[in-house]
Design a protein around this ligand. Structure first.
Ligand SMILES: *Cc1c(COP(=O)(O)O)cnc(C)c1O
Length: 379
């Protein structure tokens, strides 16, 4: 089945009792049993809910996985993955990734005795040099947030296999439209469904997809035991969002390419970070593992003063100043004070995330209007 058909049909059957083409919202906490523990597969909605089940099957299928699990947020999905491990285990993660993931690792899990190493994953050798006998997981985000670095998923997975290490890929930025990490050897794919999967900035949710039954059983046990499950209304919204993922992503990519090139040629712009440029350090890897380059772009102005930055990001009229990404509407964000404020300044600068960096999530509006908006804001 081709991707466009898959996003609309896979995992979804007409409702068995009514024929409803859209999955009903089963707004219920419990289920009547015929006799103790004799039921139709559901006993309590933390453990399972029919609307959620359909979405979990869809989340598995769109990543070419066998099993899916959905959570009440992207970080709750990440939290479940890290709970597979125990004190003394070590995890290698990127030094450039979503600020909330870094905060969860460093401020929550470190105190439970897990050890995290943050490396520049643009070079697989850096990962290789950090592996030791306690390494249990490699956490990849690619493209990275917000510097748009590219990590070689296939090369990292084959390295991990040699050492019996699991690999989880945060595929939020690329979405399954552009990249399928399970096909490249990853054990788990994680999404903040809040972003491209739902696509309309109206829900907070996360998901995991995988092929291994034992891994699924362990993660399902954590989901049920820790309880970070989304309600059926939110599951419905993500189910609806996924049906248009390919159409939205196609436009995100087209608009992204035009805006990346516009910014790059702007006399007041110093640098543009976008993996579609041929001179991006890992462009060849991006081309190999992605089917397009997406609508996420970061850039720096030549005038690096705090005043100019504040003026510019507050001057766009269509593009809203807000955290988050992946919705139909374009957003502008200042990582140093917004999405990545939880990363210490010294560390941020060391990783190349300057105070002057601006991040754009390019939406699916008319690109000429977006360019006009950036033009008047940059001045
Ligand atoms: C937003 C985001 C997350 C966290 O997801 P929430 O749904 O906000 O909890 C994780 N990774 C990336 C890349 C994100 O953009």
């Amino acid at each position: 089945m081709k991707q466009a058909t898959q996003f609309i049909h896979v995992g979804i059957e007409p409702d068995a009792s009514t024929g409803a083409i859209m999955t009903p919202i089963y707004q219920t906490s419990t289920y009547v049993q015929e006799a103790p523990d004799v039921h139709k597969g559901y006993d309590y909605s933390r453990a399972g809910n029919p609307t959620r089940t359909v979405l979990e099957n869809v989340c598995a299928a769109i990543e070419n996985g066998k099993y899916g699990l959905v959570f009440s947020s992207g970080v709750a999905a990440t939290d479940a993955v890290i709970k597979l491990f125990k004190p003394g285990d070590e995890i290698i993660a990127s030094n450039d990734m979503y600020g909330g993931t870094f905060r969860l690792f460093s401020k929550v899990f470190e105190k439970f005795g897990l050890k995290f190493h943050y490396v520049n994953m643009s070079y697989v050798a850096n990962i290789q040099n950090t592996i030791n006998s306690n390494t249990k997981l490699i956490w990849i985000e690619t493209p990275t947030n917000p510097l748009m670095n590219i990590v070689d998923i296939a090369a990292t997975c084959s390295l991990a296999k040699q050492h019996n290490i699991k690999v989880c890929v945060d595929n939020t930025f690329a979405s399954p439209y552009l990249q399928n990490p399970l096909d490249l050897g990853a054990d788990i794919v994680m999404h903040s469904s809040t972003k491209y999967l739902s696509g309309h900035s109206d829900v907070i949710q996360g998901c995991l997809s995988m092929n291994d039954k034992a891994l699924y059983d362990d993660l399902y046990f954590i989901q049920k035991s820790c309880g970070a499950v989304p309600g059926p209304q939110d599951c419905f919204l993500v189910l609806r969002g996924i049906k248009t993922l390919h159409v939205r992503m196609q436009r995100h990519c087209e608009n992204g390419e035009k805006i990346a090139n516009y910014l790059r040629n702007h006399p007041k712009v110093a640098k543009v970070y976008w993996p579609g440029f041929e001179d991006h350090p890992n462009h060849a890897i991006a081309k190999k593992q992605m089917r397009g380059f997406g609508g996420m772009i970061s850039f720096e102005l030549k005038d690096e003063s705090a005043e100019e930055l504040k003026r510019m990001v507050s001057s766009t009229k269509i593009i809203a100043l807000a955290e988050s990404l992946g919705g139909v509407e374009s957003l502008i964000n200042h990582p140093a004070t917004m999405t990545h404020a939880s990363v210490a300044k010294e560390q941020r600068l060391k990783n190349g995330l300057k105070d002057s960096l601006i991040r754009l999530s390019i939406g699916i509006e008319d690109v000429d209007d977006l360019i006009e908006d950036l033009k008047q804001a940059i001045g």
